[in-house]
Write a protein that binds this ligand. Structure first.
Ligand code: ADP
Length: 291
């Protein structure tokens, strides 16, 4: 199964160009869509889940055309929107039962089996009697994943799912997505958090101001940053100069002053060693130095 995005553009009525001739393909597994706020990620997600029509261009999903075969495509999709919420005064299992009815699972036995299975998979079985809107942020998001998976969709789209989660829940949520992507499913993870992508996705696209800036494996992006990533050890005075002259990724206090990671085309006037970049170095390098 494949999603083929071809020359997709979206211009809002106020003339905001949110997507500008974007083309790439998405295969089975966990796919990361990365970009800063305003890059066009949500617009692309909304188009893919058929909530919005693009101004021009085409999308094919598993051989179906997004414009012509909306019904077939909707049947393949599960969606966890950025602003997902449950209702007040409804228990976790009741919310999922409601979602299952909406998804057309009319047989009660089948519904209960499916809900129990999903509660188990997202680690919420013991919380099934709790009020859904009283759960923690991370648990609510896991309810969101369970409802998005209720009809066992071939494609799962999640929009900024780790925003606002504490580090432990964030890691748990990423692991859950990796687990869910096994088999023949496509999961698209849209995020502005580099760490969400580095630890999970085999393939990614980078959007910037509505344009496709990069498409490939995270390690290819890292490869491109190799010659531009440096580390220096400096005192307070030098640190101020470096901050003015270079793009600083991190500063860590050490006995002699500061250990500073920067991305730069060339370092002059300071002793710097080249270091192995990580995806965060590569992302900043690509967005701020090479673009
Ligand atoms: P992201 O999800 O990457 O933050 P969005 O798709 O939300 O990006 O936004 C892309 C661009 O489109 C931004 O410049 C944003 O202001 C604009 N935009 C988003 N939604 C609308 C809308 N409904 N009307 C006009 N402009 C919009």
């Amino acid at each position: 199964m494949k999603i083929i995005i071809n020359d997709l553009s979206m211009v809002y009525p106020n003339q905001n160009r949110a997507l500008d001739c974007v083309s790439f393909e998405i295969s089975e597994g966990l796919f990361g869509l990365l970009g800063p706020n305003g890059a066009g990620k949500s617009t692309l997600m909304r188009i893919l889940v058929t909530l919005m029509k693009p101004t021009s261009g085409a999308v094919q999903i598993d051989g179906f055309d997004l414009q012509k075969n909306r019904k077939e495509i909707r049947a393949m999709l599960g969606y966890l929107p950025q602003d997902f919420s449950t209702f007040p005064k409804i228990k976790t299992w009741e919310f999922l039962d409601y979602s299952a009815r909406l998804a057309g699972i009319s047989n009660k036995k089948e519904r209960i089996k499916r809900i129990d299975e999903l509660l188990e998979r997202v680690g919420l079985f013991d919380s099934r009697e709790k009020l859904a809107n009283k759960l923690s942020g991370g648990m609510k998001r896991r309810v969101g994943i369970a409802q998005a998976l209720i009809s066992d969709p071939k494609i799962l789209i999640v929009d900024e799912p780790t925003t606002g989660l504490d580090p432990e829940e964030r890691i748990r949520f990423r692991n859950l997505l990796t687990d869910m992507s096994k088999g023949e499913r496509i999961i698209i993870l849209s995020t502005h958090i580099v760490g969400d992508i580095s630890s999970t996705c085999q393939d990614m696209a980078l959007l910037n101001k509505g344009k496709l800036a990069f498409n490939g494996a995270p390690k290819e992006l890292i490869e491109m940053a190799k010659e531009y990533t440096f580390q220096l050890e400096v005192d307070d005075n030098a640190l101020q100069k470096i901050k003015q002259e270079y793009i600083v990724i991190s500063t860590v206090p050490i006995a002699s002053g500061w250990q500073v990671d920067i991305v730069a085309k060339k370092v002059m006037g300071f002793k710097a060693k080249q270091i192995e970049p990580n995806l965060e170095h590569a992302y900043v390098c690509f967005m701020e130095l090479l673009n």
